[in-house]
Design a protein around this ligand. Structure first.
Ligand code: ATP
Length: 141
């Protein structure tokens, strides 16, 4: 069976490298589902949940934006930050989310507002991935 060779990296580390059957990514213009034999593609990603299916099992990764290239059954993602669901500290993400929301209300310039909004989107993606992982785990038990 044809697979997708998926690599997710940040400037600091290789986050995920596996042969998978589906990648669903938060494209700048909406969710993108990539299956084997997908046409070549280069796109930006927005902060959100990345879902991959390997051997019928779904894994979740939080990304905070970046680029995705699809070429000859290879999917390469270079993300600003990325964490696998099991790496996410949900409490830290919730605290960061509250802090970002406060900073948004107190922003005194467009730059401060944009910085706070970016922090809010990063932490929202982490909270969403951690929650979904928790729900999946409790449903399996
Ligand atoms: P915080 O204020 O909690 O540091 P942040 O959004 O400012 O959040 P980033 O600058 O996006 O954090 O990330 C810094 C590093 O910490 C990155 O390597 C990122 O992968 C990691 N990281 C950030 N938040 C979490 C989290 N909740 N759980 C695990 N790793 C995280």
């Amino acid at each position: 069976m044809t697979v997708l060779k998926l690599e997710i990296a940040t400037a600091e580390r290789l986050v995920y490298a596996e042969d998978v059957s589906i990648v669903v990514a938060p494209g700048a213009d909406g969710e993108l589902a990539i299956l084997p034999e997908h046409t070549s593609l280069l796109t930006t990603l927005k902060p959100g949940e990345l879902r991959v299916v390997k051997d019928g099992k779904e894994s979740l990764i939080a990304v905070s934006g970046g680029f995705m290239e699809v070429l000859s059954n290879r999917v390469t993602i270079l993300a600003d930050t990325a964490e696998r669901s099991e790496e996410i500290d949900e409490e830290r993400a919730s605290i960061a989310l509250k802090r970002a929301q406060e900073q948004m209300t107190q922003a005194s310039s467009q730059m401060e507002l944009e910085k706070a909004m970016a922090a809010m989107r990063r932490s929202q993606a982490r909270v969403a991935v951690a929650r979904r992982k928790r729900r999946t785990n409790s449903a399996a038990n």
